[in-house]
Design a protein around this ligand. Structure first.
Ligand code: ADP
Ligand code: MG
Length: 253
């Protein structure tokens, strides 16, 4: 019997490093042989594909709009057409596939479309070991049900007092979505060595990712951040995180 995939969503304020860490996490699972991975870009300002170095031709949002306004090819019903387009929207790469969700909602009622999308997503999920969702703070795709409830939520934050406030806000949203507290973890990103240790309080982080000049260099050169050298500090820290997640996923299954 095939194991269920283990789904990890990353949330956090804009600019905290969700996309960077998502792509490094995907890279790490591939390095650990945990393939295939499904990368889900659930941030409307989709750029996970850039971090992973693959092109995206369309998002599920734009596909949904089209599938309901366009003529369906003869011999196909709308269900079949959506499934067909869904397959087309899936980017297949080495070790991972990627799907970009796009905007959660267009004009009019899309309940039927959303149901279909969730159904397509469910069918997809069976094929993957890990699913990594690059989400935004509000986690709209999860609250609307297009994406199922994740097995683990990682809240990415900067390691300062301001970050802590956002963490509690996201925790609240997560609780409303029915996530149990022990499934929610904090990641502190861009930790600068030499700075005073932050008082983590009860929020002991599952990972502390160092501020890494290689990440910045990749950003400046517009090269995929997931391809920074294997020994660069952020990548090493995220690989360690991937090991932890794998252990948790094994206990979970
Ligand atoms: N550990 C890190 N070290 C250095 N720069 C980082 C690190 N993490 C993220 N960044 C930089 O911070 C910016 C925002 O990161 P990004 O992953 O796009 O955040 P988000 O997806 O949360 O909006 C980017 O310019 C990225 O290169
Ligand atoms: Mg992002």
């Amino acid at each position: 019997m095939q194991n269920q995939p283990f789904t990890i969503a990353l949330s956090g304020k804009g600019g905290t490093g969700k996309t960077t860490i998502s792509s490094l996490l995907i890279r790490s699972f591939i390095d650990l042989g945990e393939t295939p991975v499904l990368a889900v870009d659930a941030d409307p300002n989709a750029n996970l594909h850039e971090a992973l170095g693959v092109p995206v031709h369309e998002t599920l949002g734009s596909m949904r709009e089209e599938a309901f306004t366009r003529h369906i090819p003869p011999g196909m019903n709308r269900h079949d057409y959506v499934r067909f387009r869904f397959r087309q929207a899936l980017v297949e790469a080495s070790g991972f596939d990627l799907v970009a969700m796009g905007r959660p909602e267009g004009s009019g009622c899309y309940c039927f479309a959303n149901d279909l999308l969730s159904e397509c997503m469910l069918q997809l999920e069976r094929e993957y070991r890990f699913i990594v969702i690059d989400a935004e703070a509000g986690m709209e795709h999860i609250s609307r049900g297009t994406l199922g409830k994740p097995d683990m939520l990682l809240i990415v934050s900067d390691p300062g007092a301001r970050g802590l406030r956002t963490i509690s806000r996201i925790r609240e949203i997560a609780t409303q979505l029915g996530l149990e507290p022990d499934r929610i973890h904090i990641i502190f990103n861009r930790f600068k060595s030499g700075t005073a240790p932050v008082d983590f309080g009860k929020d002991t982080p599952i990972a502390v990712i160092p501020d890494d000049p290689q990440v910045e260099a990749a950003d400046l050169a517009a090269t995929p951040v997931s391809q920074i050298p294997a020994d660069s500090p952020a990548r090493v820290a995220v690989l360690d995180l991937a090991h932890k997640i794998r252990r948790i996923a094994t206990e979970h299954n």
